[in-house]
Write a protein that binds this ligand. Sequence first.
Ligand code: GTP
Ligand code: MG
Length: 218
Amino acid sequence: MAHVLHPRLLIIGNANTGKSTITKLLLSNPSGYKGKIGKTPGSTLLIKPIHQEDMQYEIVDLPGFGFAKKSSHRREEHIKKQTISHIEKHHRRYFLGLVVINILRIEDELEKYFYKKKQTIPLSFELITFLLEFAIPLIILINKVDKVSVFDKRRIITYFVNTARQYGLNLVHLDDFGYDYAQALPYLEFSALKKTNLGDLKQALYYVLRNYQEAQDK
Ligand SMILES: Nc1nc2c(ncn2[C@@H]2O[C@H](COP(=O)(O)OP(=O)(O)OP(=O)(O)O)[C@@H](O)[C@H]2O)c(=O)[nH]1
Ligand SMILES: [Mg+2]
């Protein structure tokens, strides 16, 4: 019997942003999920694709880096190197990448880079730019929006979108995205806890998956 290679969904972002919680939501049988969802950053350490019955894709929930108070510099470097070589080697199997960002950390992160080291690029934008080099379609998931008011959510997202533009990234809301990755990059506000916009995310995921499968069949 031929071994079936499932297209892969990449879930990537800093530590503690909700990657494993989102992974669980995108499984066919969430209660069968064996991964760790942690209060302490750094819950996920291994790169191991997850697949369950009746799933058209498998998920790779990457270990998060940055912001982990406990983690050592050496460990951070190890995770970064591991991530880079993994993407370089396997990028063709990814039909979509979800870059998960914690809305509560956006202002901190951007301000830190703006005022202290203006010559460098903020971590999230660096990650996005890196992934775009491999032509993996991305969705920026701005997670944990249940933790902020509607007013703050709008303010923080506007700040994020405006700053991204300065780094050459044209972010548009998933609702306004025409699936032309040469033109723009979609973002979606999200709450893994409240399942806010989970339906929209799944719809986009299956759309991109179909495009990927059609391109493979040619
Ligand atoms: N309020 C709120 N909490 C969330 C949300 N998503 C995740 N969390 C919580 O955030 C914490 C971290 O979640 P994880 O899914 O383990 O995060 P992770 O990105 O996989 O973390 P690492 O594997 O350590 O990089 C857990 O306590 C989750 O319950 C959300 O949308 N809203
Ligand atoms: Mg995790």
